[in-house]
Design a protein around this ligand. Structure first.
Ligand SMILES: C[S@@+](CC[C@H](N)C(=O)[O-])C[C@H]1O[C@@H](n2cnc3c(N)ncnc32)[C@H](O)[C@@H]1O
Length: 209
């Protein structure tokens, strides 16, 4: 595998030295997009939040700042992401406000009906089947709980089409494809937004009617 392919493929499941570099790059490189996505969230008090595919944990940290009375559980199937996200959020972990766990979204070993909000930043491209994974997310959300997806790609932009060809197992989605999978997984009300000048999308779906 060429170095470039090896490096960009670290987005799928970071590991080793290149994975560590990629995680640092994602924490800073995704910040503007993630913050734009989070602006769509209401500021009402939430108690339990899960960030799935947490990578280096920067977004979990921002959720902790936005929701000062909430506990944030950050999940990733990469042991390196778990290690890095735990280091990033070590103070919140010590305060009992954050937990970082290894887990795969396709089979979430978490409390059913336990979470007010689930977030997924730049990660659904790698999930093994949207509908099945969204069904898992719905399972752990409280009735009426929200699931927010934030992607740098709207499924049509040239850059992501290029990366899809390079990174094995990556698949980009349009808003329509995401909406269809969410509805099939038991989500009702869905709101979407497209950034005015970039191919960024935010999709927020409510569990139930
Ligand atoms: C491109 S990174 C994004 C990381 C972070 N959310 C961000 O915005 O910087 C994708 C992350 O999703 C994780 N991931 C991919 N598939 C996953 C799965 N099936 N279950 C849990 N995590 C997954 C990867 O290990 C990686 O850390």
């Amino acid at each position: 595998m060429g170095l470039f392919k090896n490096y960009v493929s670290q987005t799928r499941k970071p590991e080793g030295f290149l994975g560590k570099m990629m995680i640092k790059g994602m924490n800073s490189g995704h910040a503007k997009m993630a913050d734009w996505g989070m602006e769509h969230l209401k500021t009402e008090a939430l108690s339990e939040i899960i960030d799935i595919g947490c990578g280096g944990g920067r977004n979990a940290g921002e959720l902790l700042r936005k929701y000062p009375s909430a506990k944030v559980t950050a999940i990733d199937y990469s042991p390196l992401s778990v290690e890095q996200a735990a280091a990033y959020n070590k103070d919140a972990i010590a305060q009992g406000r954050c937990a970082v766990q290894q887990g795969d979204v396709s089979s979430l070993a978490l409390e059913e009906n336990g979470y007010d909000l689930a977030t997924a930043f730049e990660t659904i491209y790698f999930w093994p089947g949207l509908e099945q994974c969204f069904t898992e997310v719905a399972k752990v959300l409280k009735p009426g709980g929200y699931f927010m997806i934030v992607n740098e790609s709207d499924g049509l932009d040239a850059a992501s089409q290029k990366f899809e060809k390079i990174i094995d197992g990556m698949k980009t989605y349009t808003v329509d494809q995401i909406e269809a999978a969410l509805r099939a997984a038991g989500f009702g009300k869905i709101k979407t937004d497209h950034h005015k000048s970039k191919p960024w999308i935010t999709v927020i779906a409510r569990k139930g009617e």
